[in-house]
Every structure is written in C-alpha cells, then in structure tokens.
Design a protein around this ligand. Structure first.
Ligand SMILES: Cc1cc2nc3c(=O)[nH]c(=O)nc-3n(C[C@H](O)[C@H](O)[C@H](O)COP(=O)(O)O)c2cc1C
Length: 168
C-alpha cells in the first residue's frame, strides 16, 4: 500500500476475525518497528508479539476492552527509563522512543492489511505482574493485531487550520 494511503486509511480496529496473522506479515511488522528512530539510537523499547493463547488471556486481564481477546496476536510495547537518552531537563526519552516504535507497528499493520489499535488504558503494574516483566522494562502500550471483522465509523479530526500552522 502506498505510504499516504496507509496514513489516510488506517483506523483503530475494535473487532477481529480469528484468522491467524501471516508469518511474513508479522516479520515485516517486526522489521518496521526495528527501523524506528530513537533518541541517540538507544533503542530503549522492547516489543513482545504474543501469539500464545494463555499469555494473551493474561494480557486481557489488565484491560477492560473485550475486543483485545478476539485478536490472534497481541503486541505489548515495553519501555526502559534507564535505557534511554535523557532530555536536557533530565527526563528519560523512553516513552518517546516507545511511541515512535509503536506507531511504526500500527502503520506497518495497516500496510499489511491488518487491523491494530493503540491501547493505553490498561493497568501497567498489573500487566507487568501478569507477564513477569523484569526491570528495567515496564509495559507502555498494547495493540491487538489481526484481520478486521468490522469497519470503523467515520474519521473525525479537528480542522487542519486548528492543528497545523504554516509560519512564514
Ligand atoms: C496514546 C493512545 C492511547 C490510546 N488508548 C486507547 C485505549 O486504551 N483503548 C482504545 O480503544 N483506543 C485507544 N486509542 C485509540 C484512539 O481512541 C484513536 O486513535 C482515536 O479515537 C482516533 O481514531 P482512529 O485511530 O480510528 O483514527 C489510543 C490512541 C492513542 C494514540
């Protein structure tokens, strides 16, 4: 799929078919994540692509959205405060690193014809505990991955002029 078509057609998918994600698609998505830029190239994130049914059921215990359990793969993005470059004010850039890596995953999934959805409204301590995530990593974001079972509603955004100002 052409790059701008990916950007303009990608939507958050909240209904999934049980069909498996093709191995080649999963590999290309993983490589797309690896290509993500990170501050000082520290690559402070780690991605889990979970196919195992028991582990997926564990992830679902940390999030209330029922659609997550429908997906044949669940991506869990981890970040590491200590593994990342620090901004001049001292804050770790790990959430920026992990956000960019996660968005590469979301866009690559769309390019593969797969559905995905950013999920952050889950309990991070609960998920870390359920998956046995060890320091320095902590969970940061989740996405289901799979073929969409329903098309989302219409796209809605603020007006371009409210979001983007071309200065000069
Ligand atoms: C940082 C972030 C966190 C989000 N967390 C959730 C979530 O926990 N559950 C959910 O259903 N959608 C979540 N979303 C998806 C947004 O609701 C969605 O991207 C937005 O409504 C725009 O819709 P679209 O992605 O279909 O264009 C999240 C999106 C982002 C970027």
């Amino acid at each position: 799929m052409e790059f701008y078509e990916v950007l303009n057609t990608r939507r958050s998918i909240r209904a999934y078919k049980p069909d498996p994600v093709p191995e080649e698609s999963l590999q290309r998505i993983a490589e797309a994540v690896r290509a993500a830029p990170t501050a000082c190239n520290r690559q402070s994130y780690k991605l889990l692509l979970i196919r195992d049914a028991e582990k997926r059921a564990d992830v679902c215990k940390a999030y209330s959205g029922a659609f997550l359990a429908q997906a044949p793969v669940i991506a869990v993005m981890l970040c590491s405060e200590s593994g990342a470059w620090r901004r001049l004010e001292g804050n770790s850039a790990t959430e920026i690193d992990a956000t960019i890596a996660m968005e590469h995953l979301i866009l690559a999934a769309a390019a593969e014809g797969l559905g995905a959805c950013w999920v952050c409204a889950f309990s991070r301590p609960k998920l870390d505990d359920l998956l046995g995530i060890q320091s320095p990593y902590t969970s940061f974001a989740i996405s289901p991955l799979g073929f969409a079972a329903a098309a989302p509603g219409p796209f809605s955004r603020k007006k371009l002029s409210e979001l983007v100002e071309i200065v000069g």
